[in-house]
Write a protein that binds this ligand. Structure first.
Ligand code: SF4
Ligand code: SF4
Ligand code: SF4
Length: 309
């Protein structure tokens, strides 16, 4: 019998859903074993019945529930609670669902500040009150899904690499344990480390030093070149079977999208230590609180700044 799957997206860009389709053949192999009973991105399935006949929001029962996106408004919260009620196993997909992700950066501002910025202060907008009719009210901050309901498995990444999702579902189908390793991106990074001290942080728009075609093992660690790379404090696993972190392979620094190496770690505190160890002063980083928490702003890691901006 096929495994029933329900999928939901909350405050999200849709990238986690789109990237799943990138998986190609392994996903096609898996599809006959799955029955998607609810997935708004590809199915017209209404919360209140096809003609709005139901009183309460309802999602069909499923063996596995997948959720991308963070909890930004009251409707998101109701959807998450209903998914928890109806799904035997609940998996969050992507850094938005796991840690607030990109929407989590909203937590630097109060709802009143956001409303003022968007509906009053934007130069191209005629000032108006924030709409309230038929629009779900915002929560006072952005929440990770696990702050609202219990989650059985968190799949990291922005977006989650599709092979990770396929592997997790395959393990479930075969009754095998799926476990993420508590290793850092640095542990899988092939770049050359010489333990040289650098003195100042370069602007992210400058290019890292490498010769086109040069083997990655001969390219110097980007942090030792003076760039901010969050590999030391970020969970590994984005490199797929090759095990080469996906940004490093593209000659870009790691920005931390996989989140902390282990549950409860604080990437900002750990990153300050990593920068100091190569002689860099974290105070040189403009807006460092936001930079270090770019993908993990829920769970009270980002809070409104005194005085707004
Ligand atoms: S984790 Fe990234 S790709 Fe996935 S929904 Fe959030 S912003 Fe989009
Ligand atoms: S700091 Fe970045 S570039 Fe250096 S080893 Fe770690 S992941 Fe690689
Ligand atoms: S290298 Fe870092 S930012 Fe890039 S995909 Fe991997 S974890 Fe995410």
């Amino acid at each position: 019998m096929a495994v029933r799957v329900a999928e939901e997206w909350l405050a999200t860009c849709g990238g986690c859903e789109v990237t799943l389709l990138d998986r190609g053949m392994p996903l096609l192999d898996l599809l006959p074993k799955l029955e998607f009973v609810h997935m708004p991105v590809i199915m017209d399935h209404k919360y209140y019945g096809q003609t709005g006949e139901r009183e309460e929001l309802e999602i069909p029962e499923a063996d596995v529930g997948l959720i991308s996106g963070s909890v930004r408004n009251i409707e998101n919260r109701h959807v998450v609670e209903e998914m928890r009620k109806k799904c035997k196993i609940l998996i969050t997909v992507g850094s938005c669902a796991n840690y607030g992700g990109i929407p989590g950066m909203n937590n630097l501002f109060t709802v009143a500040e956001i409303a003022k910025l968007i509906y009053e202060d934007t130069p191209s907008t005629d000032a108006a009150p924030m709409p309230t009719e038929e629009i779900p009210p915002l929560e006072e901050r952005v929440y990770a899904v696990s702050e609202v309901v219990n989650v059985d498995l968190k799949l990291p990444g922005c977006p989650t690499p599709p092979e990770l999702l396929v592997e997790a579902i395959t393990c479930l189908l075969e009754g095998r344990e799926f476990k993420l390793e508590e290793r850092s991106v640095c542990d899988e990074c092939p770049l050359k480390r010489e333990k040289k001290v650098v003195t100042s942080i370069k602007r992210p728009l400058e290019s890292v030093e490498f010769i086109p075609g040069q083997p990655l093992e001969e390219v110097r660690c980007f942090m030792e070149q003076g760039f901010l790379c969050q590999g030391p404090v970020t969970m590994s696993g984005c490199g797929g079977e090759e095990k080469i972190p996906r940004c490093i392979k593209a000659y870009m620094t790691c920005r931390g999208c996989f989140g902390p190496i282990r549950e409860g770690a604080n990437p900002m505190v750990d990153m300050i230590g990593a920068l100091s160890s190569v002689g860099l002063n974290p105070r040189e980083i403009v807006d460092r609180v936001l930079v270090f928490n770019r993908f993990v702003g829920a769970q009270n890691r980002l809070r409104p700044r005194m005085g707004g901006k």
